[in-house]
Design a protein around this ligand. Structure first.
Ligand code: ATP
Ligand code: MG
Length: 268
């Protein structure tokens, strides 16, 4: 890990009167793993969209985002791969998944159709789709929601991106598959120098798998720093409440964070 990969500078996003993000600044190093956590509606997906360059037209935005090491903005789908919270957006419902992945491979590499399909099967296997080779000719609706999201990850990886943005990728998965996917992402970070931003409700996952944790609360970045510091020495009352809520739950299934009643916090 060395140079900054991206810098978000005083970024704000509003939808009419709804402030989705307010004055958010952060930096992510190349090869770093940043976990975005916070309750539902706190602005996590909005910040992920800002970084992907995918804010909808109606969003009013202020501030800037830059990629200090790149001469031009990294291209979405090529340099930055995104796996959405709802994977419907990235998969074409009328094209077989194997063809979709192979097409992406061929768009970025001069390779035969057959070789691209073999690679597509390998990618499907890596994201834990059972019997990957025989599923190349299936359509997106023939997979489960969790499988579709993992196929969207395979699609994102097919272009050989330098960054992956994964919004709640592992939330719906059972622990075995979840472990497999986070191990795969870890491997890509370690071996290929991939930069990773992931959104999660799972504070244990964030503490195990992120170098940096950013905590959003009602659109504000209330905490951002090294994972051990943020979770070990939280500064903001919301982060303390979040950790407290996690520690008071012992079953992993209950680790999804409940919304925290603001009245119970002594917020400024
Ligand atoms: N396209 C949109 N139009 C209007 N409001 C929006 C839009 N997208 C997000 N918002 C609002 O912005 C705020 C932040 O939403 P966002 O989706 O970023 O939250 P989140 O932290 O990802 O929540 P969740 O954990 O439920 O996915 C919410 O109040 C939401 O209603
Ligand atoms: Mg979201």
């Amino acid at each position: 890990m060395s140079e900054p990969f991206l810098r978000v500078d005083h970024f704000g996003v509003s939808y009419g009167k709804t402030v989705a993000l307010a004055d958010v600044s952060l930096e992510l190093l190349r090869g770093g793993r940043l976990a975005l956590i916070g309750e539902s509606g706190s602005g996590k997906s909005t910040l992920a969209m800002v970084i992907a360059g995918l804010l909808p037209e109606q969003a009013q935005q202020t501030g800037s985002i830059s990629f200090p090491a790149a001469s031009t903005r990294p291209r979405l789908g090529r340099d930055i791969g995104v796996v959405f919270q709802d994977p419907g957006g990235s998969l074409d419902p009328v094209i077989k998944v194997g063809d979709q992945i192979a097409e992406i491979i061929r768009a970025h590499e001069d390779t035969s159709w057959i070789a691209a399909r073999v690679r597509a099967a390998d990618l499907m296997d890596r994201v834990h789709i059972p019997k990957a080779l025989s599923r190349l000719n299936s359509y997106p609706h023939e997979f489960s929601g969790g499988q579709r999201q993992r196929i969207a990850l395979a699609l994102a990886l097919a272009a050989g991106p330098s960054m992956i943005i994964a919004d709640e990728l592992t939330s719906a998965l059972d622990t075995v598959v979840q472990r497999h996917i986070v191990n795969l992402l870890d491997e890509l970070v370690r071996e290929d120098g991939l930069t990773l931003l992931f959104v999660t409700h799972d504070i244990a996952l964030a503490s195990e798998r992120a170098d940096q944790i950013a905590v959003l609360y009602k659109g504000q970045l209330v905490e951002c720093g090294g994972a051990a510091d943020v979770l070990g020495k939280p500064v903001h009352p919301y982060t303390k409440a979040l950790i407290g809520a996690h520690l008071s739950l012992d079953s992993p299934r209950q680790r999804r964070l409940a919304e925290i009643n603001p009245d119970s916090l002594s917020l400024p």
